[in-house]
Design a protein around this ligand. Sequence first.
Ligand SMILES: Nc1ncnc2c1ncn2[C@@H]1O[C@H](COP(=O)(O)OP(=O)(O)OP(=O)(O)O)[C@@H](O)[C@H]1O
Ligand SMILES: [Mg+2]
Length: 226
Amino acid sequence: MSPPVLELRKLTRHYPTPAGPVIAVHEMDLIVAKGDFIALLGPSGCGKSSLLNLLGCLDRPSSGELLIDGIPVSSLDDDGLARLRNQKIGFVFQHYHLLPRMSALRNVELPMMYAGVSPEQRRERALQGLERVHLSHRLDHTPSMLSGGESQRVAIARALVMNPSLVLADEPTGNLDTRTGEEIMQLFELIHRDGTTLVMVTHSPEMAERATRILRLRDGRIESET
Ligand SMILES: Nc1ncnc2c1ncn2[C@@H]1O[C@H](COP(=O)(O)OP(=O)(O)OP(=O)(O)O)[C@@H](O)[C@H]1O
Ligand SMILES: [Mg+2]
């Protein structure tokens, strides 16, 4: 049997501050199985982004352990961590985080450049990825020429292009109007139906309802699951 996509064992993150440590994530235990679609809900400051940054290996825990596809993250050095991030994890952020001087096509090619994929393959897969998010007519647009919804679709294509085990999204519709946000949610549902494991932070209980598991966080802990 294959290991879970994510396993958290007393995962903890403290931030040192002059006023003493802030406990953002407190001894969290959780198992995320392949194909789960998890929504993280909770008040501002409860640790949602801190948790997502740990899950995506953008940050390291203060204590506890995180396993991704059975691999203990603590066993990896910085290069190993960067490789794991590139190959197993796709990120979608509220503010898109696209590279401003690059076209939509180049932005989607980028993770494959880091992975050493050949230029022909890169182009082919980026074209397919942008077609999947209905952006074949915007290949040469740079981010400043794209609408918010289009930018987020480029970011989603970029997140998916390496076929990651896990897609993490931090308030992916937080910057979008209701209708555009709905389009992005439909895209996530499609991605989920295709078998991708998703963890999405949201402030909206309606958006959270679209997930298969809803976790409510409070003060760095999982308060409840529905
Ligand atoms: N780099 C940091 N240094 C010190 N404290 C931090 C740092 N980053 C976050 N915190 C604190 O950790 C706690 C959790 O923050 P986090 O950003 O994870 O919350 P959040 O649930 O994502 O909130 P929001 O809904 O507003 O985005 C907060 O109390 C925050 O002030
Ligand atoms: Mg946040």
